[in-house]
Design a binder for this molecule. Sequence first.
Ligand code: X8Z
Ligand code: ZN
Length: 632
Amino acid sequence: MNIPLQRIGFYAALSFAFISPAIIYAQAAQPTLEDARKFLDSANADLLKLGVAAAHAEWTAETNITGDTEATTARLNEEATARTLAITAESHRFDHLQLPHEMRRQIMLLQVNAPAAPKDPKLLAEETQLAAQLTGMYGKGKFCPTPDNCVGIDAISNIMAHSRDPEELTKLWVGWHAVGAPMRDKYARFMDLQNIGARELGYHDTGELWRAGYDMTPAEFSTEVERAWKQLEPLYRELHIYVRRRLIEKYGKAAERPDGLIPAQLLGNMWAQEWGNIYDIVAPTDPKLSQFKPVDLESALKKQIAEKDPAAAPTFASGVDLSSDKGHAASLAAGKAMVHYGEDFFKSLGFPPLPATFWERSQFVHPRDREVVCHASAWDVDNVDDLRVKMCIEVNADYFTTVHHELGHNFYQRAYNKQPYLFRNGANDGFHEAIGDSIALSITPTYLKTLGLTDSEPPAEADIPLQLRTALDKVAFLPFALALDKWRWQVFSGQIKPADYNKAWWQLRAQYQGVAPPVDRTEADFDAGAKNHIPTNVPYVRYFLARIYQFQFYKAMCDASGYKGALNRCSFYGSKAAGEKLAHMLEAGQSQPWQQTLKEMTGTDHLDAQPMLDYFAPLYAWLKDQNRNASH
Ligand code: X8Z
Ligand code: ZN
């Protein structure tokens, strides 16, 4: 769903409705409480109904990219957006009416979640077509080293995670980034059209509209984000200095730049957003620490899945053609087995199992016969219980986390399904992104031992290797998320012009992340377009918030479970008390300001990096020590 703000990584149905003539007629007179009630009842009912229709089209398009599915999605979104805009405009009738706070909140949410799209039907149609095209272009993106050998982003990501050949990494990086270039002009126009819509809604630009959805002013929100980053930046800096040095030790000149930046292709991930895949390169060398290796989750999962499920076993056997019927069935069984680990965690907290339809309707692996959007997402197609994931699962550590992440969305969606439609959403979008991750933080060695995925439970001295492995994913991500949306906010505000898209992209990535592209880039490239959330127009600062919230939630659930030790060793698996706490937060949806929901969950009413800093405190001290010693 490509309607700005409504289009989120997991599926949330569109907000739109039509206004009944009776209500329009009533407009002439001073509206009453009864008018407002009728308006909201009708809005909630219509939004739900039309949202479901749009969701079916969107699901079909993303699991089968063709010109036809793309056109149908664009048309449905166009219709949906037009109606959403109409109902949003209509809601202003009640701006000055005294209303019970629940009704006032629904109206407020309608207004701040309005789509950034022009009223002019021609321009609106153009915008929705561009949105669908850009999504399709990314989904179909491939790198073809030779004409008969093309690879998609999942296969490339797999190679980048494991390859230690700088030339191969550069080739893959450059090859994939070519998907961005053809998007550039379409993207520039798409941004202009959204801004026309945002201005019609009374905002300076779409970035400001996006930042208006946090129960505070857009300016206050920017200040909050900056404050949290300042809390965490010193930790990131130490990590960056340490990792850069170890990469230079490994790769020599290929990793060493005089400007102190790290070449982005060397960090184990196409966007250098999470660095856990290069743990082996940066692992502590001190034998007291190096003897404790974090669990090799990929091998452990493959072994256990093959043992438990004979149907999945051929996935890991050599010589099995995974595109054969047998091979494909095995991949599917392995994908489902991965999802069962995640479901099992939620069940252990007291949540009911996923519905049977989840297992029938989800896309767990890449289908053999068509193009699909592989980027993981979680859906609730009927906004009640038609939960699904859409992924191209492979058995590895990254997907193990992603499975928990996506199920976090699904369990949230189901938990708030008793709320009025306008409240069926995360407390804010950062909450939605944080739920599954806060569960995945419980994947400790103790938990893995419970599951039989490891037989050793390392001692306290092993915390540094493990913390480093976790920080490479969790901490390294923060400035990436920030740079991405700073870029987009500046594009929306006009501070970055299309002629400077790429220059500004790399300036921000250098400034926040301290990374550089492997080869010189020009304005013939459009590197932002090679990251899913740019062409699919999904706001990204939500993931920055989520990285921080997840430690707040995790600590709250650890406390509820009665756990007393060091935070990073806590697993609340099996704790009904933690589950109750979580369920209470999820059920509230967006029915109250997120600050209140957070306070009920954690005792704090603001984004707070402290639990994350506490979690990584031993690592921070260790990194400073390493960096100090190295500079002597
Ligand atoms: O897009 C996602 C999820 C779906 S909401 C798979 N994530 C971000 C990304 O991949 O860039 C999760 C972490 C950050
Ligand atoms: Zn997500």
